[in-house]
Design a protein around this ligand. Structure first.
Ligand code: SAM
Length: 243
């Protein structure tokens, strides 16, 4: 069963910040957008080590980045797929504004839309769909996967990555420090177990090609010292899917 929008842990976790401020997802990311690209983020570093190489193994013509944020992946993919049509969708205007500023002249199409609602794209439009570090904020997994399936081309590759649910159970979810560096702000997030994600994808008619889980290791700690606090813990999952 998926959890509700709240950190829900049965014990006092040393990893849960004191008196965090919990904001709605959109509002939270609008605020986070001001510093999102400046922070060193161990989850993003781990994802860049393990997901990005997988996205570069084939040629793609039409790419959708669901929950594109400040455009990190869409802009990175533009470097490798110079001719592809690339679309990024997010519902935080703050995050999208950063993406637009960073990608002037790069022919990436940015859309403000909610992934909990029907997607505004044609059936079979995309041959690569990526949705990175977004799923913990998605409440309507059935709609999300049904729409991903609908807009995926027959031969599409689909990659979903997320914060590992084991971290959620310890009280860790997407969060950042306020400007004054005095308290944590947490956009609402859900603890979807890997089985929730797997089953929702299967129920939507997608094929799960593989599931990968990555823990905090020495390589990551050498790039991000603060990750040492989570040494050995599973931090990231990636699911590759097909239509
Ligand atoms: C942790 S950020 C990840 C951004 C980007 N994918 C990356 O990996 O850098 C999560 C993003 O998901 C977006 N998001 C969350 N729920 C969403 C929804 N229902 N519809 C659209 N975007 C959503 C947030 O606004 C935020 O930009």
């Amino acid at each position: 069963m998926s959890g509700k929008f709240a950190p829900k842990i049965p014990f006092k976790s040393p990893y849960l910040p004191e008196n965090p401020k919990i904001l709605g997802v959109q509002e939270g990311y609008d605020l986070w957008s001001e510093i999102y690209d400046e922070e060193s983020n161990s989850l993003i570093l781990l994802e860049e080590m393990h997901l990005v190489p997988q996205l570069l193994q084939k040629q793609y013509c039409s790419i959708l980045d669901c929950g594109c944020g400040t455009g990190r992946l869409a802009i990175c993919l533009r470097d490798s797929f110079s001719e592809a049509s690339i679309v990024g969708v997010d519902f935080s205007e703050g995050m999208l504004q950063k993406a637009r500023q960073k990608s002037v002249g790069q022919r990436i199409s940015w859309h403000n839309a909610d992934l909990n609602k029907p997607f505004l794209f044609a059936d079979g439009q995309f041959d690569l769909i990526v949705s990175s570090l977004v799923i913990e904020h998605i409440s309507a997994l059935d709609n999300y996967f049904a729409e991903i399936k609908r807009v995926a081309a027959t031969q599409a590759d689909i990659f979903i990555s997320g914060l590992h649910p084991a971290m959620h159970l310890m009280g860790i979810s997407a969060r950042f420090k306020n400007k004054e560096n005095t308290s944590h702000i947490m956009p609402e997030s859900l603890c979807h177990n890997l089985s929730d994600v797997f089953n929702a994808a299967i129920a939507a008619g997608l094929k799960v090609v593989r599931i990968e889980e990555y823990s905090v290791d020495d390589r990551l700690i050498s790039r991000c010292e603060k990750a040492a606090r989570y040494a050995g813990m599973p931090l990231l999952f990636i699911m590759k899917m097909a239509k």
